[in-house]
Design a protein around this ligand. Structure first.
Ligand SMILES: NC(=O)C1=CN([C@@H]2O[C@H](COP(=O)(O)OP(=O)(O)OC[C@H]3O[C@@H](n4cnc5c(N)ncnc54)[C@H](O)[C@@H]3O)[C@@H](O)[C@H]2O)C=CC1
Ligand SMILES: O=C(O)C(=O)CO
Length: 386
């Protein structure tokens, strides 16, 4: 028998029971559910990561839908429990859903939502921040100041790299990877080399147009190249940022062998998922190559770091905060709630999950659709004509 879990309840007499495994920013998501006759239960347990048992206790015997978090293990056990409780909808409050067994959800007829689009720029901004912090050694320099070690300007003090004219490499040039590339190219006049399974046509057009603009103003134009292998990116780029999804093909994409192909003074940024990088190999590489720098938002065994990483001066580490802007986190909560609500109400799914702005406008009611259901096709869900 699972132990009871503490909760906060909104609209106790609502017809549909929707559970959120965590408190989420903003109140719009709660209001939208309450207005549509949902009883909203928010887990208020103190512990950060809920276990499968905790979530089974939350689901209980009657539950129409759950909004969950990327730290939770949504596999066969939870989808079976949700289905037994009459639930047909689950949404991650995240765009990445490597914590979700979509096949198992589909087997139990449960729709799986995610929250694309609303976090693209925010996440890209953090990747850009880490790129700047690593190239200009900002965290090291901050520590130096606070330690009282600064005793005057010196020609060699914390000399870093100029980004202008260098090459930025992007692995996974989807929504976030492309936004990051645009920031680094427009902001710092870097050249682009990227690797993706698909052509990033829009990004290529942007770099071409910006290059023409610079040339017309008498400046060196920026250039782009789509690499035919990932190794080309690793060998040629000065700053490399990882933005693929995490799946079997991207697990340990960056390993000992690939690290050795990178320039000795390269900068590696990871705001995708920790297991994309073999973190033990990375620690060793950082030890052997003091001029190699890394900016990490995600870790292989979150919330832990591999032994030795915290001691490395050439590593900047932040606790998975890439999507942590107020607008984005409130938007993620809204999209996740609307994914669940849409399925409960029998709405169709939105036709383009890359364009979810219509759901985020606080001044008008959202469309009657689920913004992004990743197994919509497998479940045969209708597509919105709006
Ligand atoms: N650190 C954080 O807080 C955040 C992390 N993320 C992570 O970023 C990921 C990407 O998000 P979006 O850009 O919105 O997704 P997206 O689907 O638009 O982009 C992912 C790109 O990776 C490419 N890709 C897939 N397999 C690949 C491979 N083997 N090699 C190279 N490229 C490959 C895809 O073709 C696609 O273009 C999410 O899945 C999530 O894991 C997303 C938001 C915040
Ligand atoms: O959305 C995601 O995938 C995250 O990692 C958190 O923003």
């Amino acid at each position: 028998m699972a132990k009871p879990v503490s909760i906060e309840v909104w609209n106790p007499n609502g017809k549909y029971r929707v559970v959120s495994t965590k408190s989420m920013p903003g109140t719009r998501w709660i209001n939208l559910l309450v207005q549509q006759d949902c009883r909203v239960e928010i887990c208020t347990e103190k512990k950060t990561i809920l276990s499968v048992e905790d979530i089974i206790a939350l689901i209980g015997t009657k539950c129409d839908g759950v909004i969950g978090q990327l730290t939770e293990d949504w596999g066969e056990t939870l989808f079976s429990a949700l289905s037994k409780a009459g639930g047909k909808a689950f949404s991650n409050m995240a765009v990445g859903y490597n914590n979700v067994d979509v096949e198992a959800a589909t087997k139990y007829g449960v729709a799986v939502g995610n929250t694309p689009g609303v976090l693209t720029e925010t996440t890209a901004e953090l990747a850009a921040s880490l790129s700047l912090a690593a190239s200009r050694r900002i965290v090291e320099a901050d520590g130096f100041m606070r330690a009282g070690l600064y005793d005057g300007w010196l020609p060699h003090l914390f000399v870093g790299n100029l980004l202008k004219g260098q090459t930025v490499g992007v692995i996974g040039a989807g929504r976030i990877g492309s936004a990051y590339a645009r920031m680094m190219i427009e902001g710092f006049k870097m050249n682009l080399i990227y690797y993706d399974l698909y052509q990033a046509t829009r990004l290529e057009k942007f770099v071409t147009a910006y290059g023409q603009f610079l040339k017309a103003s008498g400046e060196e134009p920026v250039t782009w190249r789509r690499a035919s292998s990932m190794d080309e990116v690793l060998q040629q780029a000065d700053v490399i940022s990882l933005h693929p999804i995490l799946d079997k093909t991207t697990y340990h994409l960056i390993n000992k062998e690939r690290l050795s192909k990178m320039k000795k003074e390269a900068i590696l940024i990871n705001c995708s998922r920790g297991p994309v990088v073999d973190e033990e190999a990375l620690v060793e590489h950082l030890k052997q190559n003091p001029m190699f720098r890394v900016g990490l938002d995600v870790f292989e065994d979150e919330p832990y770091m591999k032994p030795g990483l915290a001691d490395m001066k050439n590593a900047i580490v932040v606790p998975h905060i890439a999507s942590a802007s107020k607008w984005t986190r409130e938007g993620m909560a809204t999209l996740a709630a609307l994914n669940v609500l849409g399925k409960i109400k029998g709405y169709p799914t939105w036709s383009n999950p890359n364009q979810v702005e219509a759901f985020l406008d606080e001044n008008s009611p959202p469309p009657a659709a689920s913004p992004s259901i990743v197994n919509a096709k497998a479940l045969g869900l209708p597509v919105s004509k709006l």
